[in-house]
Design a protein around this ligand. Structure first.
Ligand code: SF4
Ligand code: SF4
Length: 494
């Protein structure tokens, strides 16, 4: 699959996020130096380079290998692209007896292969679950991409989005006034639909909660249905909440670029907005990698540690609510209210749906929910079962920790990678097909904007209707029962 290549970024895109505009002349030396730098910084990377015993346990665990049969899409094959260069430059045997230990120099041809295959990995971590040494190919991929960026060989899709986020505040480039308009329109739609003045406030100072959510939630189907669901939950809870016009994006493509500096800059933007609005808590919407970054990295990315003085330090959030260190996932928030009996549902409103749930890889293997191990698997399912009558899981080996990536995660959600996206979706589509045939499933819920966007594009290739894809809070939105006030004639008036 070496022929599958996404478009490289041009100079303005690269330079906007701190990388050289084009392949630098001394790219070889720079790449090796960067590799040395990363090996020194991330001990795990060095362990991953040294520890593989070529046992083969991971070979058939990657959805891109299953979909393409290309040995370089085996996790170990992907690692080997970097490992053979590592051996050449960072091991004694590789320096002096390269042919004996399979060590090679980094040629331009090999650099091109890196570009192809490190963008045919969605950083989903499935392979690491099956590796007896816990080798995480996602980290190798991130390192590979960071080296590529450093020498001026970045990917257009991810890097352009990163720049847009820094410049405007969200991945779509939606400016504040347009966002305000959109939210107003949604309030009117909800009022027309159910007669309840559900608000979607923007930049509301002193709110208790600031919601950060993927910007896809603001305007495209099926994502927007989940945003309406969050708003209805906040309304039912009677909580003051807000969105921010300057931090209107939960997604953090710094993770896909493999750039800690960019990931940090994006995280600090959210922190800054929360401080300016004076909120007590940040809640993250249905976005897989945003939750992975928020849950696993925010406390260190913001650079303030757990000292207790910063409002977003984990220690302080624990004092506010010991069950939830900051931030909180919208599913945790809704689940909590359900457990307390604070939300009312008419489950029959979802009776036209027979539902299954796709565990998004960044939530399943990169983060957690709630205060019990495995909460990230039970919480969304509990919510679905609280709001709908007909639910069926897909085959056990394809869900939970062993879930298959949608095929479009990790910076692959671009049309120039459609071939690998369709092929990489194969294992998930096969599992879906089984549950459709056996149980008549007609709706697959996910809590990740990338999963939803990927599935709506690829399910038609497998003979399904794209309308079968949606969010967990879309189901919540359908079933939640809100009190209809008397004598209110419009959303604006309310
Ligand atoms: S896509 Fe997932 S399973 Fe495949 S190599 Fe990358 S991290 Fe491993
Ligand atoms: S499972 Fe682990 S040790 Fe075995 S080949 Fe794969 S990466 Fe190497």
């Amino acid at each position: 699959m070496a022929h599958i290549k996404s478009f490289p970024a041009n100079a303005p895109i690269q330079e906007a996020i701190g990388f050289p505009g084009e392949l630098v002349e001394d790219w070889h030396d720079k790449a090796i130096a960067k590799m040395g730098d990363l090996l020194g910084k991330y001990r795990s990377l060095k362990v991953f380079m040294d520890a593989c015993v070529h046992c083969g346990a991971c070979t058939d665990k990657c959805h891109y290998f299953i979909g393409t049969n290309d040995p370089k899409n085996m996790p170990v094959g992907r690692q080997e692209l970097m490992r053979k260069v590592y051996r050449r430059h960072f091991t004694f045997a590789g320096k002096y007896f390269p042919a004996l230990v399979g060590a090679v120099d980094l040629t331009k041809e090999l650099l091109d292969e890196w570009y192809s295959y490190f963008y045919q990995c969605s950083e989903c971590r499935r392979c690491s679950v099956y590796c007896p040494y816990g080798i995480d190919t996602a980290e190798v991929t991130m390192a590979g991409r960071e080296i590529l960026d450093t020498v001026g060989y970045g990917q257009k899709y991810t890097n352009e989005i990163m720049g847009k986020l820094h410049r405007i505040g969200n991945n779509l480039g939606l400016p504040g006034p347009a966002l305000e308009d959109t939210l107003q329109g949604l309030e009117e739609d909800i009022f027309d639909d159910i007669g309840v003045p559900v608000k979607l406030p923007l930049d509301l100072e002193g709110a208790e909660i600031m919601l950060v959510t993927p910007s896809a939630d603001f305007f495209s189907e099926p994502h927007v249905e989940s945003l309406i669901g969050y708003a209805k939950v906040f309304h039912a809870a009677g909580v003051k909440w807000t969105l921010s016009s300057t931090a209107s994006e939960a997604g953090n493509f710094g993770m896909f670029i493999g750039s800690y500096a960019n990931m940090r800059r994006a995280a600090l933007r959210i922190r800054q907005a929360a401080l300016e609005l004076g909120v007590k808590r940040i809640v993250v919407g249905e976005c897989g990698h945003a939750w992975r970054v928020a849950y696993s990295f925010w406390n260190t990315l913001t650079g303030v540690g757990a000292g207790g003085e910063d409002p977003f330090s984990i220690e302080l959030q624990k004092q506010l609510d010991p069950r939830y260190p900051a931030p909180q996932h919208i599913c945790e928030y809704t689940h909590d209210l359900i457990q307390q009996g604070k939300l009312k549902f008419d489950k029959s409103a979802n009776d036209h749906r027979t539902i299954t749930f796709h565990d998004s890889c960044n939530v399943a293997r990169g983060s957690r929910m709630g205060n019990t191990p495995g909460g990230q698997f039970t919480i969304p399912r509990d919510i679905i079962k609280a709001v709908a009558n007909n639910y069926y899981d897909m085959a056990a080996e394809t869900i939970g920790e062993g879930t298959f990536c949608c095929g479009g995660g990790g910076g692959l959600l671009t049309d120039d990678l459609m071939e690998i996206r369709v092929k990489g979706a194969l294992p998930r589509m096969e599992a879906l097909n089984d549950v459709v045939k056996e149980n008549g499933v007609n709706f697959m819920a996910a809590i990740c904007a990338i999963c939803k966007a990927q599935f709506t594009k690829v399910v038609p290739y497998y003979g399904f209707d794209m309308s079968m894809i949606g969010g967990v809070h879309q189901l919540v939105s359908t079933a939640i029962v809100l009190e209809v006030p008397e004598e209110t004639e419009s959303a604006e008036e309310a």
